[in-house]
Write a protein that binds this ligand. Structure first.
Ligand SMILES: Nc1ncnc2c1ncn2[C@@H]1O[C@H](COP(=O)(O)OP(=O)(O)OP(=O)(O)O)[C@@H](O)[C@H]1O
Length: 731
């Protein structure tokens, strides 16, 4: 869709250098908002059409650029629809360079294909490969290369012979003659180049194909698959054609034109030609079972599939066929938010907006042009699944190599959508090679590092926005940490994690890096505590036990966070340590009472109580100790590697009996000898052993619940009831 401009003139000037331009449109097809306006030299000089006043086929445009008053500027104004960057040709505007003027003349020069090429052609021609359409991708890619080369020569000041038309690729289908034609205005070929390039195999893909063939059994299906994997370039035309004519004229000044022709058997012929423009035209006379490639609708879909982002305009039967610009190759400052939005929707096949975009261009260590988006929407269960493919497509020189290229980013970054284009990637890289290629590994490493840096920058730039992203997508970071091998990368991902902390207000979040910066000199551990909520974390006996030491503790409210930090082990050469483990390993815990504390049991009483408790709790505890670290809590359970133990209980030990679980856990019960309940317990064990037993068991259960080692407290309900009954009976 496009709108044409009939006239364009300056409506009036206003204050503040705002100029109003009035565009009179040729048709009233302007309902296709949003629109962009551009001039030949400056792309996108005005904002989307929502702000434009469209009335009776006129648009009034506000411009702040002084240049817009110049006449040359006015005549160069163009309208674009947002998604497409389409010029202002009306839909029925026909533009084609394909004519029927080319003819061979004079005697034919017959050549034999090189032996290897013959072998290749023989296989290709007989191939049953089902996705024959790849020949279109190969031809478009060749044409696009030829045009890119010419553009390069023009830019570097080389002498270019015939200056024909714009740099374009044209495709024509002829359903009557059953032909497929592709023509470009690129560098073309000299006679020597025709012989060298179309008679022998220079192409890496074709070579690899042949190498693989000699290694593998020559079963038909193996061949077919290999064609798909490697792509056989120009020769793929013989999968669909029983005769191929190439008309070509090199860009080199004074070059003659030639016709190259072959039926794909052992020979090809070259004749002089006339009526040929600079560039190359290839006419494929289709085989009987490939007539579908003479149909416009079929080709349109294929071009869309493989070449929508080819930087060169592609026309199919006179109509523009690749409508999306290769945004990633543009200068980032020329790409407006609306263009990003449209592009994101197109590639992501979604309808929301991107919340972040990263436009990344580099030439070292690899050539990369990448455009990444993070969706605005919350990930669904489907997105979370590791079965979901990565949302990034891989291009080489704007030609699609693989949509949803799984190895270009690590699996955990599958929520990122976008495009990666690298000239260093050979066009024919197969899926299998993609997996093991050192090049792809390098690409993945560079891109991962860049994305991590980008997320870190976003966190600093706009923490509120980042937190909302983190809440939606943070789970992927945790997955990244546990599924990544290199500790350095794991720590880079960990920089993106956020937690509440004992040193910060509720609702304030901190990173591991910030925690490390606040650490006192000599301190080697970053402490954390897993608890369902802040309140439970702050009132936890473990937190209380370490409170006196005034250490900062990160609060982890999601059970998997604890596993992630345990798995990470270290951050910035500091140990990540659960405070439960710290407590378990605490050497200062001497198993003695504070003799000066009048409220406390005496050492001998405490020892007495320990013996009695052991007889009551039997193998529910492995050890009973006295602790001076608790204040408000009567007791606490410590277990070696509490976090792992909890996880173990929920998974491997889930169906084991309680006895078996406890035997494996080997819990230690630490008693607070100053706590009124513990003092009371000591007294009761003599005066009312039955009530004392109930109390002891309840205290034990409470400690286990606090430790997260008993998930369902309802199991202890009936005991709690009898305990209350007995306690109240005493009143
Ligand atoms: N449209 C074209 N214009 C100019 N030269 C072409 C064109 N098509 C093919 N050629 C020449 O023919 C050669 C062989 O093409 P083919 O598709 O078999 O392999 P290739 O494109 O070189 O392979 P690769 O993509 O792996 O580099 C090209 O390298 C190029 O020199």
């Amino acid at each position: 869709m496009a709108a044409s401009i009939r006239t364009c003139y300056r409506a009036r000037s206003t204050f503040n250098s705002v100029h109003l331009l009035k565009l009179k449109l040729k048709n009233d097809s302007l309902r296709c908002v949003p629109l962009y306006v551009s001039s030949k030299r400056d792309l996108f000089v005005a904002s989307p059409a929502q702000k434009l006043n469209v009335k009776n086929g006129n648009i009034i445009l506000p411009f702040t650029s002084q240049r817009c008053t110049q006449r040359s500027f006015l005549t160069s104004i163009r309208l674009h629809t947002t998604q497409e960057g389409v010029k202002d040709e009306a839909e029925d505007d026909y533009h084609s360079i394909i004519k029927d003027t080319e003819r061979g003349k004079g005697p034919a020069d017959v050549h034999e294909f090189q032996a290897e090429t013959r072998k290749l052609l023989d296989i290709v021609a007989k191939s049953l490969y089902s996705e024959k359409e790849v020949f279109i991708r190969e031809l478009i890619s060749n044409s696009s290369d030829a045009i890119e080369k010419l553009r390069y020569y023009q830019l570097t000041g080389a002498e270019v012979g015939d200056q024909v038309g714009p740099l374009e690729i044209h495709i024509a289908t002829n359903d009557d003659k059953k032909t497929f034609t592709i023509q470009d205005t690129g560098v073309g070929l000299t006679k020597e180049e025709l012989i060298d390039n179309l008679g022998t195999i220079a192409r890496s893909g074709s070579k690899a194909f042949l190498d693989q063939l000699s290694e593998k059994a020559s079963a038909g299906d193996v061949k077919s698959n290999l064609i798909g994997q490697f792509g056989v370039g120009f020769y793929s035309t013989f999968m669909v054609g029983d005769k191929v004519d190439v008309y070509t004229k090199s860009f080199k000044p004074g070059s003659a034109a030639y016709k190259w022709s072959s039926d794909g058997s052992g020979k090809y012929e070259i004749t002089d030609a006339e009526g040929v423009d600079r560039g190359t035209k290839i006419v494929i006379h289709l085989k009987g079972d490939c007539y579908q490639f003479a149909k416009e609708e079929v080709i349109k879909e294929i071009v869309k599939k493989y070449s929508n982002f080819v930087g060169v305009p592609i026309f199919l039967n006179g109509k523009r066929a690749n409508i999306i610009q290769a945004l990633w190759t543009m200068d980032p400052k020329d790409v407006t938010p609306d263009m990003h939005e449209e592009f994101y929707r197109f590639i992501g096949n979604v309808y929301d907006k991107p919340r972040y975009h990263l436009h990344y261009k580099t030439d070292a260590p690899l050539n990369i042009r990448a455009l990444f988006y993070v969706p605005e929407y919350k990930p669904t269960m489907f997105d979370m699944s590791r079965e979901t493919e990565v949302g990034v497509s891989l291009y080489s020189r704007k030609v699609l190599i693989l949509a949803r290229a799984n190895h270009v980013l690590p699996k955990w970054l599958r929520f990122v959508k976008g495009v990666v284009d690298s000239e260093d990637i050979p066009l024919n890289l197969s899926r299998e090679l993609l997996q093991d290629s050192a090049l792809i590994r390098k690409l993945r490493q560079v891109l991962t590092t860049r994305l991590l840096k980008f997320f870190s920058e976003q966190a600093k730039k706009d923490p509120i926005n980042y937190m909302s992203f983190y809440e939606d997508y943070g789970l992927f970071f945790r997955e990244g940490i546990v599924t990544t091998g290199e500790q350095e990368v794991r720590e880079d991902i960990a920089k993106l994690l956020r937690f509440e902390s004992s040193k910060l207000e509720k609702g304030q979040f901190t990173s591991l890096e910030e925690y490390a910066q606040r650490m006192k000199a000599g301190e080697r551990n970053i402490y954390f505590l897993s608890a369902p909520s802040r309140q439970l974390a702050e009132t936890s006996p473990y937190f209380e036990a370490l409170k006196k030491r005034d250490i900062e503790v990160l609060f982890l409210y999601e059970p998997y966070d604890e596993l992630v930090l345990m798995n990470l082990g270290q951050f910035d050469r500091k140990n990540l340590k659960s405070i439960e483990n710290e407590l378990y390993e605490d050497k200062e815990n001497t198993d003695t009472v504070d003799e000066k504390d009048e409220k406390s049991l005496k050492q001998s009483e405490a020892e007495d109580l320990k013996v009695w408790l052991k007889s009551v709790l039997l193998n529910k505890v492995n050890n009973i100790k006295i602790t001076k670290r608790l204040e408000s809590h009567p007791c606490v359970i410590t277990v070696m590697e509490m976090g792992s133990a909890r996880h173990f209980l929920r998974t491997t030990l889930a169906d084991k009996s309680q006895d078996e679980r406890l035997r494996l856990l080997q819990p230690t019960l630490e008693l607070n000898p100053s706590h009124p309940l513990v003092v009371k317990l000591f007294q009761l064990k003599g005066s009312d052993p039955e009530l004392a037993t109930l109390l002891a068991e309840q205290l034990y259960d409470n400690a286990m619940i606090n430790a997260g080692l008993i998930d369902d407290p309802r199991l202890g309900m009936s005991r709690l009831q009898s305990l209350l009954e007995r306690a109240f009976a005493k009143i």
